[in-house]
Structure formats: C-alpha cells, structure tokens
Design a protein around this ligand. Structure first.
Ligand code: NAD
Ligand code: GLY
Length: 403
C-alpha cells in the first residue's frame, strides 16, 4: 500500500488531570519515513512544553517561538512558561498580523531571529497562531540550516482543521498567494480548543467553511457531523464539557481526514486526479482565489471565499449532470450554517472569469476544477470541459446572497 494512516481504532483518547479527553491523531507518511502526532484537547497550551519536549527529544535546548502580537498577548506567556518548565531556553518573535505579512520580507525577519537566537539543528521552532503564522514559521524552519524541526500550535479553527496538518508551508509574493514554499512536515501539532473562545466570529465562519469542504469532497459522515455541530452552535448550545468534547472530537475527525489525504499524495502530484488525490482539497478554491484577487484581498477571509467557491462548483456539477439539485441544496444549507458571508453578487462575473484564467494552479494552462458527484465524493475535471456559459451561469447562481 502506498500510504498508511492510523484509522479510528488506532487513535487513542487519554485522560489527564489538567486536560479533558485529549485526542491523539497519528499521522504516518511511510514514503518519507515520517510520523507525527496531532494532540487535540482543551487546555493543552498549559502542557505545551511537555509535549514539545516529548516530540523534540532531550537534544533540543532552544525553542524559538514565532507568533503575532494578537495571539502572543493572549497565549504567549502561558506557552513560554510551559516551554521553560520543560527546560527549553526560549526566545520569541512576533510577525506583523495579517495575510500581507506572509511575505518574503517577514521570512527574512524570521530567519534573522533564528540566527540571532543561535538555533542549532537539534532545536525547535514553535508556531503559535493561525495559518499565516504557521505557514511562515514552518517555511522559516524548512529553510533554516536546510531544515529543522517545528511544532504547530494552531489557534484558529481553519489552522486547527487544515493549515497545521499536511506540511505545506510558504509565503506569498506580489505575483500571487503561496507561490514560494516547501513541503515540511511538523514534528507535532498541538491543538488547544480553548483558543477558539477568543477567535472573532468571522474567523470561525471561515474555518467552518473549510470544514464543510472536507466533508463535501471526501466523507459524507464527516459532512453530516459538521453540519450537526454547526446547528448546535447556531442555537447557542455550544457550551459545557459535553460540547467541548464534541468540538475536540470533530476537529480530530477533520485532522484525521486531511491527514489521510496527505498521506496518500503528500506533494499533490500533478499526475493524479482521482477522488483521493490532494487536489480535492482545492474544492471551491478556483472561484475563491478569483474572488479574493478581484476584491484586492480585502473583502473576504479566505474561508469565506471558499464558501462561495463551493457553491459555484456545486452549480457547475449540477449543470454537467453529475450532482443533483437536492445535494446542491444540502451544500447551500451547510455553507449558510457556517455564518454570514460578505456579499458577492455585486462582483463582475467577467472580472472573475478573467482572474480565473490567471490562476497559478493551472497545469499546461488548464485549470483543474474540483467538482462533486455526491456529498462526500469529488471528481477532478479539466477546465476545457466547462463551457463559458456554464461557468457564467454557475457564478451568477453561486454568488447570490444566502438568505
Ligand atoms: P490568520 O492566521 O490570518 O488568523 C486570522 C486572525 O485571527 C488574525 O488576525 C490572527 O491574529 C487572529 N487570531 C488567531 N488566533 C486567534 C485566537 N485564538 N483568538 C483571537 N484572534 C486570533 O488566518 P487563518 O485563517 O488562520 O489562516 C489563513 C492562512 O492559512 C492563509 O495564508 C492560507 O493560505 C493558509 N492556509 C494554509 C494551508 C496549508 O495547508 N498550509 C491550508 C489552508 C490555509
Ligand atoms: N489546504 C490544501 C492542502 O493542504 O492541500
């Protein structure tokens, strides 16, 4: 078998004094001889040092913490305390907050920080923050001394279920998003679900959209479970220990799903277009990248744009006769349940189609669209199979306000 990933039965649930029902998802990438664990639970940051020590070994003396000021003010001191208690010599650096700072300039600053701190090959970089911090810190770790260990401590929902898992790290350039980067798997991932309590509502919505994406492309049960949790959330019942455990459990299920795809196609092979290829994780992204680009990266959080992008892809799938109207309505309800999205029906369809043609993800100039045959089953389709009128109508229908 090409990949091995520990399924449900291999995932252990432990109890600790200070943590409630922590879950562990084990990721195994045999092609790279790499294994790592994703720990998920409430209050985990307080024990971060202990876990980072366990995954880094006793040879690690220094931990270089990379965060941003927003997140460091909330969780920095607890993380530093815990690392020091685990006998790490700790220094921290805060990058500027926001997508524009996931840049080559910030990378240079991050590397200068690691050099100044005299980080050695046995030492570890710790990324504390959302996907921006994780991608930048991970890329710094991938390039410093030709690659040293890093640990992800993701603090947004999007980073917890998606960005921190799978080893894609990198930065944007003026020519586009994520154009420079590497595949560099973390040594471990520590997900403290309590950090979501301080996350702004829009960031939660963006994360839930990516969660709906996972279920839609690959796992009907995960889709239903996510939508159910969203329903509970909307009705205000998302509190108490039971809910906390269910949230951790759903996050674990998403990590498990993403890791299973990554384990089978770590580098998103251009030769693969099957329903388990890493490409399926780009569902909704062709439209999302166009929406973000034509609005100057200012109107949408990335996940929000993916919410609309999934609906456009659903409309195309319906037009091509591979997906039925009932399934499309389910997808629409799921996106609606994620939260309110900024309006998109005022954006020029012509401008969006032009932006799509410039998409950097094309292969030999052709966009590979991820479409749906059913909720839970994706199909990768060559863009040449989608006529301009079909695309135009799908954009008009998919970008309508969700009442
Ligand atoms: P982000 O990192 O910009 O975080 C969103 C905002 O929330 C920021 O202002 C941040 O300071 C704040 N924040 C973070 N945690 C907080 C908390 N607990 N409480 C309060 N505020 C908090 O955005 P994101 O959505 O986490 O990540 C988006 C990035 O992830 C993009 O750059 C995208 O390309 C990348 N991404 C990477 C992968 C991957 O596989 N590597 C996958 C998906 C997305
Ligand atoms: N978020 C898409 C991927 O990791 O491949």
């Amino acid at each position: 078998m090409f990949y091995c990933f520990h399924q449900e039965l291999d995932c252990v649930t432990e109890k600790r004094d200070t943590l409630t029902s922590m879950q562990t998802v084990r990721v195994h990438l045999p092609a790279r001889q790499t294994r790592y664990e994703i720990k998920i639970g409430s209050g985990l940051i307080g024990a971060a040092g202990e876990y980072i020590r366990a995954s880094s070994g006793n040879g690690a003396r220094r931990a270089a913490l990379i965060s941003n000021q927003t997140v460091f003010d909330l969780y920095g001191n607890a993380t530093v305390r815990s690392l020091r208690a685990a006998k790490f010599d700790v220094a921290h650096w805060s990058m500027k907050d926001g997508e524009p700072h996931k840049s080559l300039r910030s990378l240079e600053q991050a590397l200068a920080f690691l050099i100044d701190f005299r980080l050695e090959r046995n030492d570890v970089v710790v990324a504390l923050g959302g996907g921006v911090v994780g991608d930048l810190a991970g890329f710094a770790a991938a390039t410093y001394l030709r690659g040293i260990a890093f640990v992800q401590v993701p603090t947004t929902l999007l980073a917890q279920i998606d960005a921190s898992v799978g080893g894609k790290v990198g930065v944007n350039t003026s020519a586009g998003k994520n154009l420079v980067g590497a595949f560099h798997q973390p040594r471990s991932v520590l997900i403290d679900t309590d950090t979501l309590r301080t996350l702004p509502r829009r960031e939660l919505t963006a994360g839930w959209c990516e969660a709906v994406k996972h279920g839609a492309v690959g796992d009907r049960k995960l889709f239903d479970r996510t939508v159910k949790l969203l329903g509970t959330h909307a009705s205000g019942e998302l509190c108490g220990e039971e809910m906390r455990d269910e949230l951790a459990s759903v996050i674990a299920a998403h990590c498990r799903f993403k890791a299973s795809i990554v384990a089978g196609d770590e580098r998103e092979s251009t030769a693969r277009a099957d329903a388990r290829s890493r490409k399926i994780l780009n569902f909704g992204h062709t439209t999302a990248h166009a929406l973000e680009a034509v609005t100057g990266y200012e109107r949408f959080r990335h996940g929000e744009a993916v919410g609309y992008g999934m609906l456009v892809a659903g409309e195309i799938s319906d037009s091509l006769g591979m997906f039925n109207a009932d399934a499309l309505e389910l997808l629409r309800q799921a996106v609606r349940a994620c939260g309110e999205l900024p309006r998109a029906d005022d954006i020029s369809v012509h401008d969006l189609m032009t932006a799509m043609k410039a998409d950097k993800k094309s292969i030999n100039g052709n966009i590979k669209w991820v479409l749906l045959e059913a909720i839970g089953k994706a199909r990768v389709v060559d863009g040449r199979e989608i006529s301009n009128p079909v695309l135009r109508n799908a954009l008009r229908a998919g970008l309508q306000r969700l009442e």
